[in-house]
Each structure stands twice: as structure tokens, then as C-alpha cells.
Design a protein around this ligand. Structure first.
Ligand code: AGP
Length: 606
């Protein structure tokens, strides 16, 4: 959510910190700040608003070759300058930036106040600056360890000390933190995006790990002071992957690049001869795959909805009972973990706190959990015992699009792997593989109808409340459609099972409440058409997301058609127009599409 960046080297730190913060803005963005160590001591600058507001407030000359920076998404206290990071000790010597939540902050604040410290913010982070400054340790590393030993909760922190001006000390527990290795310069960051322009290699810190970073070296160690000897690995994305590349918005770029990114994803993973997928990263032998009696999918938000799409695919293709649950609920209900259940954690960022906690709970109880994750080396990917990387490339827009399509394709491949060690025939396996190979071209076809979809989006944008309805395979598609629409248009968009409409929500239908109906050609088409008749009879307008083959008879309603896939995979293509509907509605309404209000790309706090 919040973003951390740090620099130590031979260049001026301030422009590098500001650029890094700009790259992190997509994670959280109600205020920003930097602290730079130079000849004049430490200089701290903080503003409410975007990084561009911070840049405007910085003095022209801000010398110093060491510094830390932060973009904040408020948790403790509103977005004010006093609450923005970095937070400093009373003598100004120590500056700290922090992601996460210190659970015992109230007690520590009280303790510090009793000891005569005047607190200047409402934040949990400020206590860290005072605790570090008050430590009796004679090294910055020791002082940070001292302070951390007094706090509970989650954190990624970066600390600078004007009395020790060539070093940044960092620590991690429950919030991501990486070290970027450059040419006689080092970076720290909460996200690769902040350092990919400058660093060629990366070190991922583990929970409970600390590091002391100078321009030419880093040392990773534990709370007890033992070296952990972390080795750097190559960075797998390039700066170009993060550019807008001539597009107006990242969300649009990410929608239109789906055909190419999916081609990349399936390459080498489908075996036409045996009608099976090759997913070596799962680390599961055919015998183990055969041994699972159930599948449980865990994710949050849109990842959870795609998990529901995936559960249906697995049930249909592998005939194993499968369901999806919001990881944010699962982790709080003392779940029963079964040895013969395959747990799948699904996440774009690989850092979502609720999903990570669910993974840890499963592991703690001896369950087998694999990941379906986009960001290589992310915390969830590393916490799982195996998995399938999505290879969607960086996704910057808060509203997820391409990663979700990749997740759905990933589930289809997992369903194939589970199905082919059971009763799914070679012929059926090959049927699904052919359909998967066709999907990129079919998405291109849908994208060619963008002008028409944009027209429909304009009409939907005029309504303040909408329904998205679908049935069985179509219901998670409707949920995801409503989610995308509400995230960036700020319209009330409610997803409902088509079959349930008559049991209550139909009361809301009138000429002011349009419905988007997921209406594929399948064995439920007639029933779905019946529900549409009921809406029309109450003067509600309906937009159908459908197939050419559906016979609407006398029903004269607008339609967006998608090419047919194999029925089990239809949800993948039905989702694509919903991405464009949400995008164009938000465009019509003039909203900040890539950074919708109140939201952050990666939810690393509870
Ligand atoms: C998607 O548009 C949302 N921004 C959100 O629901 C997201 O899918 C969710 O927070 C999970 O994120 P993850 O995939 O990074 O775990």
C-alpha cells in the first residue's frame, strides 16, 4: 500500500528518491516525503498529496548522497503533513519510513509520552524513530534491533542516522522489502518498480531479517545478530515494462496487451500430444496430483472472483470438489485444514496480507499450498511450496485486468493437470488445449469491437446504480464485472445470481437501474433469457454480454458478443468486454483511472 525507497551511493539522492516514489505511487498515495543526508545534516521534506506536490515543494538545491522516501496510504491518522513519513527523532538525528502496522503503538506512545517525549504525529511509525534514538546501542544496526524488539506487528522500515551518514538500516516483518544492487550504489525499496531503472540485481529480505546497506556492500542478519548471507539474484523485468508506451492509461495498456502476454504465458506449458499441461513449478508428482480429494482456492477481491471461475473449471474438468473463499475471511475462522486438499493461493502482487496469512495458516496446520502468482520472488510466491507464475508482466493500474485473465488461464491449466491424472480423456485434454491456444486471437477480436463497447459504457455511466447478473459459470464473471465497474466509475454496481433476482432484488429494477447480463450460449440460455424478460417487464434496460448463437427472439436489447470458446473456458472471454466497459465508463466520467480514490494496488495491511 505505502511505498518505501532508499538510496546510498555517489549520485544526488533526492531525484532518485523522487523518481522511485513516482513509480511506487500506484501502491498508495495520500502523502509523500523524503529525508536526505548531506553536508548540511539531514533534510526532511513532506507533503500531503501526490509525489508531484512533493517535487514542487522541494528546494532547488537538495544535496546529499544518502536518503529514504515514502508514499503513504493513511492507516493511523489522516493524510496530513505531520503524519507523512519520514518521521524523525526529537533531536532530528534519526529518520524512519515504515510500511505496515505496529500493533502495540498505543502502549508505546503512552510509554514515550510518560518518558517526556513530545509526539508530533498520530502515527504508529513515529514511535520507531524515538525508540531508535533512545537506544543505548552504539551502532545504528544495534539501535534498530533494540527498537524492533519492543514492537509487535508488521513492518518494513528503512532508517537513516545523521551521525552515521553512509548507511541505511532496514528491517522486515510481514511487509515486503528488497535491496537493489547497482554499480557502487545500493537501493532499498518495497517494490521492484522503484529500483528497476538503476539496479541489476535484487535481494529479497525475509520476515525477521535486517540489513545494513552502504554504497558498496550489504549485510543481512537476524535479530540475534547472525549473518544470513543473502545472495542477490537477477531482476526479471525491465524499465520498459513499466512505461506507458504511448497509452493514456496503464489500465488500457494492460487490457490491450493481454493477447501477447497470454501467448507468452502458455508457451511451452501445453502438451498437445498428451492433452495435458506442463506445470513443473507445482512440484507435484502425478501420484500426488491424483491423491487430492478437494481443491480450495484463496484470494482477495478480484483474485477471489477469478478463484471462483477457477473452482468451476476444476470441478468440471477434473471432477474434484473445488471452491474459492475470500482469504480475508478464511484466515479469521479457524479453518479446518485437510491433508488431502490442494490449497491454491492466487494473487497478482504476491503481497496481499490477507492471502499471505491464509497461506501461513494452512502451512502451520500441515496443509499443502501452491501459488498462482504474478510477481516473481514475491512473499506469497516464496511462502508457497510450489506454484505457477502468471507471467503477465508488471501490472500498474489499481484495477486489475490482465493478471486476472492470466489467473483464469492458469486455473484452466491446473484443471488440466488435475483432470488428466483422473478421468479427463486425452481427447478432452486436447480440446481444452486447442481452446486455450485460440484465446489470444479471440481477445484481439473482442478488442476490435471497442468503439461499440465504449458507446454502451457511456450509457451505463449515466446510471448511479447497476446490476451485473450471471448464473453458474457466469456468476463470478458478473462479480468481477461489477467490481471493475465500481472500482473506477464509483457507481454502485451490484452482482447477483440471475436465478436469485426474483427472490428480492427485482424490487429495485426500474428505468433508472440498468442491468448487465452475462448470457452465454449454454444449457442455461433459456432461463437467462427468461430473467431478462422479467427485467424488461419492469422497464429495466439490459445489456447482454453474449454469443452470436444466442437467439433473443423478440427481445430487442443491446448486445456485446464474444467469440465462443469451449464452454468450460467461456468465462475468460466473457470477462474482456467488462474490462472495457469499466474503463470507458470511468473515462466518460473523467475519473483518475489508474489511481482510483481510496484504493491501493497492493493491500499489504489488514
Ligand atoms: C482488482 O481490480 C482489485 N484492485 C483488487 O480486488 C485485487 O484483485 C485484490 O486486492 C487482490 O490483489 P492481489 O491479486 O495482488 O492479491
Amino acid at each position: 500500500m505505502c511505498g518505501i525507497v532508499g538510496y546510498v551511493g555517489n549520485q544526488n539522492a533526492a531525484p532518485i528518491l523522487v523518481e522511485g516514489l513516482t513509480r511506487l505511487e500506484y501502491r498508495g498515495y495520500d502523502s509523500a516525503g523524503i529525508a536526505v543526508l548531506g553536508g548540511a545534516g539531514v533534510q526532511v521534506h513532506r507533503t500531503v498529496g501526490r509525489v508531484r506536490d512533493l517535487t514542487a515543494a522541494l528546494p532547488k538545491r537538495l544535496g546529499g548522497k544518502v536518503g529514504i522516501g515514502h508514499t503513504r496510504w493513511a492507516t493511523h491518522g489522516p493524510a496530513t503533513q505531520d503524519n507523512a513519513h519520514p518521521h524523525t527523532s526529537e533531536d532530528g538525528r534519526i529518520s524512519v519510513v515504515h510500511n505496515g502496522i505496529i500493533d502495540n503503538a498505543t502502549a508505546l506512545r503512552q510509554h514515550l509520552t510518560n518518558a517526556g517525549v513530545t509526539l508530533r504525529s498520530d502515527t504508529d511509525t513515529e514511535v520507531l524513530a524515538h525508540l531508535i534514538a533512545r537506544s543505548t546501542s552504539d551502532t545504528l544496526e544495534g539501535a534498530v534491533v533494540d527498537a524492533i524488539s519492543k514492537v509487535t506487528g508488521t513492518y518494513a522500515i528503512a532508517v537513516v542516522d545523521s551521525a552515521n551518514p553512509n548507511t541505511i538500516v532496514v528491517a522486515r516483518n510481514g511487509s515486503p522489502l528488497i535491496i537493489g544492487v547497482g554499480e557502487r550504489e545500493m537501493f532499498v525499496a518495497s517494490d521492484l518498480a522503484a529500483l528497476v531503472r538503476h539496479a541489476s540485481q535484487v535481494v529479497h529480505l525475509e520476515d525477521g531479517e535486517f540489513a545494513s546497506v552502504t554504497a558498496t556492500s550489504y549485510r543481512t542478519f537476524t535479530m540475534e545478530g547472525h549473518d544470513t548471507g543473502k545472495v542477490a539474484s537477477d531482476i526479471d523485468i525491465t524499465a520498459d515494462d513499466l512505461e506507458l508506451g504511448g497509452y493514456g492509461h496503464y489500465m488500457y495498456k494492460e487490457i490491450v496487451e493481454q493477447p501477447e502476454s497470454l501467448e507468452r504465458m502458455i508457451q511451452g506449458r501445453l502438451d498437445d500430444r498428451f492433452g495435458v499441461s506442463r506445470l513443473d513449478g507445482l512440484n507435484l508428482s502425478p501420484r500426488e496430483l491424483r491423491g487430492f480429494a478437494r481443491v480450495k482456492i484463496l484470494g482477495c477481491g478480484s483474485a477471489y472472483y477469478v478463484g471462483q471461475i477457477g473452482a468451476t473449471m476444476i470441478e468440471e474438468l477434473a471432477r474434484i470438489p473445488a471452491d474459492a473463499e475470500a482469504a480475508s475471511e478464511f484466515r479469521y475462522r479457524n479453518p479446518i485444514i485437510e491433508a488431502d486438499t490442494l490449497y491454491i493461493a492466487v494473487s497478482q502482487s504476491g503481497e496481499t496480507a490477507d492471502t499471505l496469512f491464509a497461506v501461513e495458516e494452512i502451512k502451520r496446520k500441515g496443509g499443502r499450498v501452491v501459488g498462482l502468482v504474478n510477481v516473481v520472488g514475491s512473499t506469497i510466491a516464496r511462502a508457497c511450496e510450489g506454484g505457477v507464475y502468471l507471467h503477465a508482466g508488471p501490472e500498474i493500474a489499481v484495477a486489475s485486468t490482465k493478471a486476472l485473465t492470466h489467473m483464469a488461464v492458469g486455473f484452466a491449466m491446473i484443471a488440466l493437470a488435475l483432470g488428466r491424472v483422473r478421468d479427463l480423456s486425452n481427447a478432452d485434454g486436447r480440446r481444452i488445449i486447442a481452446a486455450l491456444r485460440a484465446i489470444p486471437g479471440q481477445i484481439r477480436e473482442i478488442l476490435r469491437a471497442e468503439a461499440d463497447i465504449a458507446q454502451q459504457a457511456k450509457m451505463l455511466a449515466a446510471a448511479s446504480s447497476l446490476f451485473f447478473i450471471g448464473r453458474v459459470r457466469g456468476f463470478p464473471v458478473a462479480r468481477e464485472g461489477a467490481q471493475k465497474f465500481k472500482e473506477i466509475s464509483y457507481r454502485h454496481a451490484e452482482a447477483y445470481q440471475t436465478s436469485e433476482l426474483k427472490h428480492g432484488p427485482l424490487a429495485l429494477i426500474d428505468e433508472s437501474v440498468p442491468t448487465v447480463a452475462i448470457l452465454p450460449q449454454d444449457d442455461l440460455t433459456d432461463r437467462n433469457l427468461g430473467a431478462v424478460q422479467q427485467i424488461r417487464a419492469r422497464n429495466g434496460s439490459v445489456l447482454a454480454i453474449t454469443h452470436d448463437a444466442v437467439d433473443f427472439g423478440e427481445l430487442d436489447i443491446p448486445r456485446i458478443t464474444v467469440p465462443r470458446s469451449e464452454p468450460e473456458l467461456d468465462p475468460i472471454l466473457l470477462t474482456i468486454p467488462l474490462q472495457l466497459l469499466a474503463y470507458h465508463a470511468a473515462l466518460t466520467l473523467g475519473h483518475d483511472i489508474d489511481k482510483p480514490r481510496n484504493l491501493a494496488k497492493s493491500v499489504t495491511v489488514e
